[in-house]
Design a protein around this ligand. Structure first.
Ligand code: BEZ
Length: 249
């Protein structure tokens, strides 16, 4: 079950770092003016806008209606599309995706749809959470839910593969992998851990009554205090990234 909904204002306050970090990924994409690019899981379109400003012809897709509206407000061609059910056919020179693929658990369906969307030789450049991503947060959520008799595996919306697994999926799905790497990226949070949890981890608590949700978030925060907050009160999440460039064969 993925009970996640996105509020673009909350995202601006607690999650803007996601697209800020994504700027680095644009260098891997190496976009050229006139290229047709699909931004898969565009969020509020902050990175799509950069591609459009470079002269690329970009289509931005996301499964969240709130994000699609936010991307449209930037003047982008944004469409509500399920990333596990892409229907584009040979239309793009590249598919780009930042911090979205880990929300799509049917990885092989995603890869097949991306391949279909690309022209021959087209590239797939993406970054997502890799194995071990936000491990301490996932562990604290698991413990708090377990105390209430909930198996967190049934509500965890994320897929964080390692490089070898994702490489195999890409190769089996008709891609040649040019480079792939998994690396830790400790990520300073702009606000309290509660803000992060409320923005990104809704699926874990959606099955609980409202009062219980608040108690879970407080317990998770307490468990993470000694791990992720420094003496000055700054929170740093234990992000691990998986980044790759692949070409349609
Ligand atoms: C990530 O970008 O790795 C991420 C974002 C939200 C929740 C979990 C992971």
């Amino acid at each position: 079950m993925n009970a996640q909904t996105w509020n673009p204002d909350g995202y601006e306050r607690h999650g803007r770092f996601v697209s800020d970090f994504g700027l680095d990924l644009l260098a891997w994409l190496d976009p050229r003016a006139g290229e047709r690019i699909l931004d898969l899981g565009c969020g509020d379109g902050a990175l799509t806008e950069k591609l459009a400003a470079l002269g690329c012809k970009v289509v931005a897709v996301d499964s969240s209606p709130q994000f699609v509206e936010a991307a449209k407000r930037r003047g982008l061609d944004a469409r509500r599309v399920d990333g596990e059910r892409l229907t584009f056919d040979g239309e793009f020179d590249a598919v780009f995706s930042n911090a979205a693929l880990h929300w799509m658990k049917r990885a092989d369906a995603v890869i097949a749809g991306v391949r279909r969307a690309l022209r021959q030789g087209g590239r797939f450049v993406a970054e997502m959470g890799g194995r071990g991503n936000v491990d301490s947060i996932v562990g604290a959520l698991r413990d708090a839910l377990e105390r209430r008799g909930v198996d967190s595996a049934t509500v965890n919306p994320w897929y964080f593969p390692d490089a070898q697994e994702y490489r195999q999926r890409l190769e089996a799905g008709g891609f040649r992998v040019l480079r792939i790497k998994r690396f830790p990226r400790p990520t300073p949070l702009p606000s309290d851990m509660i803000g992060w949890l409320e923005t990104f981890a809704q699926s874990f608590t959606a099955c609980l009554p409202a009062g219980e949700r608040i108690a879970v978030l407080a317990e998770v925060r307490d468990a993470l205090l000694p791990l992720l907050r420094d003496e000055e009160g700054r929170w740093t999440a234990d992000y691990v990234r998986l980044r790759f460039e692949a070409r349609k064969t």
